[in-house]
Ligand binder design. Sequence first.
Ligand code: GLV
Ligand code: MN
Ligand code: MN
Length: 418
Amino acid sequence: MERASDLSLTINSPQLSSELETLATFSEAPAPAVTRVVFSEADRRARSYVKDLCGRAGLTVREDAVGNTFARWNGAEPGLPAIGTGSHIDAIPNAGRYDGTVGVLGGLEAIRAVQRSGLRPRRSIELLLFTSEEPTRFGIGCLGSRLLSGTLEAAKAANLKDKEGKSLDEWRAAAGFRGALESVLLPRRYYAAFAELHIEQGPLLEQRGTALGVVTAIAAPASLRIMIEGDGGHAGAVLMPARRDALCAAAEIALAVEAAAKSTGAIDTVATTGVCDVFPGAINSIPVRVRLEIDVRDIDQARRDSVLAGIHSACEEVAARRKVTISRETINADSPTQCDQTIVEALERGAAKHHLACQRMVSRAYHDSSFMARIAPVAMLFIPCRSGFSHRPDEYASPEAIAQGALVLAEALAELAA
Ligand code: GLV
Ligand code: MN
Ligand code: MN
């Protein structure tokens, strides 16, 4: 059998670019923006498109009860734990076209590159499209990988609802995914290794002129939902001393979130109030109820937790002073993830083989790999994106950068599967 290091792997960059372009057309927002919320019409059509491409590559496709989609190229010893790669295709409102999709279509092209090389790997190589990496619909990120890894219990997942009260079960049934959520859990040793290709979503690679980043750790994310209940009324008639305005309380909390993150003095601490829903939301009505959703992250879990504690005390202080009721719910508070040295080195060898500069780095964004790490060795490969922009319509990664990422991923998949 041919040695993986002797293979001559090539990426069909025009085809990959054209597939990314087509995928971007499945969107609920006009181009260049992409909005593709899980289980929407756009998401369903995008899934069909990706499955069709996988079928054309001769991969065997299966879907689980939550819509995680596996496309497998069987190895010579299909009973061995497989080598996995993949990412997500859902996109937050008003996003760009590269977040997640580069890891799905780039992962597919990496598999096709290994197929074209003539290698018949011992282990199967599998592309995995995760359901709902983004928290848009159900308020929690990495839904598919949390269920795959047993990080989220099926019973808790079944209770998830969107803002209109429509449940995960209703949504997945409408999208054609049925069966017990318990069945989503993957057995340990299902994957011998999992490697995810992704845009960096930060500026470091571009600033340093480095082609690739190999991720050694992923920051610890947490998210909170805070409900503030005050008193409503007529915007003209209720005088200022009598008010218990829920939005004014929420505004103070949003500022406290910012202050809590800054107070650590660490550049790695970040916190964002990204959702603020105001009820009833009329110009001449005092806000009676506000829902905030807050995202806090750090490489250091203890420091991240100190920010959460700071936010909790700010809520108590604001509630007492403004005489509003504040309830808090921790949606998730996850640990940081350490990547696997063997996969990190395989990616680095792939980069070196093609004389591509690469550096080790941490991921400040979260990824499905964070959760896959609980059941398999994982690592990630980052490519630069323009100005580090992500989660916005002008997100951009060049075809050359994407092809380089797919090539180095292909090298690592070939080596790990050979
Ligand atoms: C993923 O989309 C993240 O918010 O890090
Ligand atoms: Mn994202
Ligand atoms: Mn992503």
